[in-house]
Design a protein around this ligand. Sequence first.
Ligand code: SF4
Ligand code: SF4
Length: 242
Amino acid sequence: MSELPESRGSEKPPKATGPTGSSVASGGSGAGGSAQSPQSSDDKFQNPVAGFGVTFKAMFKKRLTEQYPETPKVTAPRFHGRHQLNRHPDGLEKCIGCELCAWACPADAIYVEGADNTDEERYSPGERYGRVYQINYARCILCGLCIEACPTRALTMTNDFELANTTRESLIYTKDELLAGLEEGMVDSPHAIFPGMDEQDYYRGLVTEVAPGTERQVAVSKGEKPSDRDSESNGSAQGVDA
Ligand code: SF4
Ligand code: SF4
C-alpha cells in the first residue's frame, strides 16, 4: 500500500487573483463564491433607485393581463386556428377527397378517405368527395401547409383557438365537426348540382345560390313530406337534377 504524500491535505489552495491582480476570496455559499468588490457610497444609493425606476416605468405602461375567458382574446385576422371544410354557395361541399392536404401535412395529422359521387347521392359538384375527413389536433402544429396544398380552397383555417381538451379522442375532429355550417339559402349535401351548370362553373363562381326546388328535392329523397309552403314556393322543382 503506497503512502500518501505528507504534504497532501495540508496544502492551501492558491489564491485567485482578480483582473487587477488583487486577491479574491475563494469558497463561500454561492455558485461562483462570494466575490465581493468594493462598492462606492454612490453605488449604494443609485442601485436601489435604478431598481425602483424599472417598477415605476412598468406602472404607467398599458396592462398586458388578459381577462380570459371572461373577455375572449381577439386574434389577428389571419391567425391559424381550427380548420374548416367549406361549402359552395348552394351547400355542396368543396372537398374532393384528393388527400393533397394529408400528403402536405408534416405532422401526419390529417386522414382522408375519398369516395365517388352518384346522381342519387351527390356531396360535391365533381366526381369525388371526402367521405371521411379527420384532423388530429394532438398532432397538428397549425402550420397551415395543408390549406396551401388544397386545390379547391375546401380547407381553410378559422380564428378559433380553443382546442384544448382532456382526452385524445376528443382532439380528433371528424368531418361533421369540421364542415362549415349552412349559411342563409344553402341546402345541406347531398343534393343535385345546379341545373345547367357543371363542376367548372362552380369554380368559375357562376353558382351563387341554391337552385330553386332543391330543398323540396332533398325532402322527397329522404322520404319526408314537403310542407305546403315548400310546395307553393318550389312548384317548379322538375327542373332540378335527381
Ligand atoms: S396545420 Fe400543419 S400540422 Fe396541422 S393539419 Fe395542417 S399541415 Fe398538418
Ligand atoms: S381538403 Fe382539399 S386537399 Fe384535402 S382532400 Fe379535400 S380537396 Fe383535397
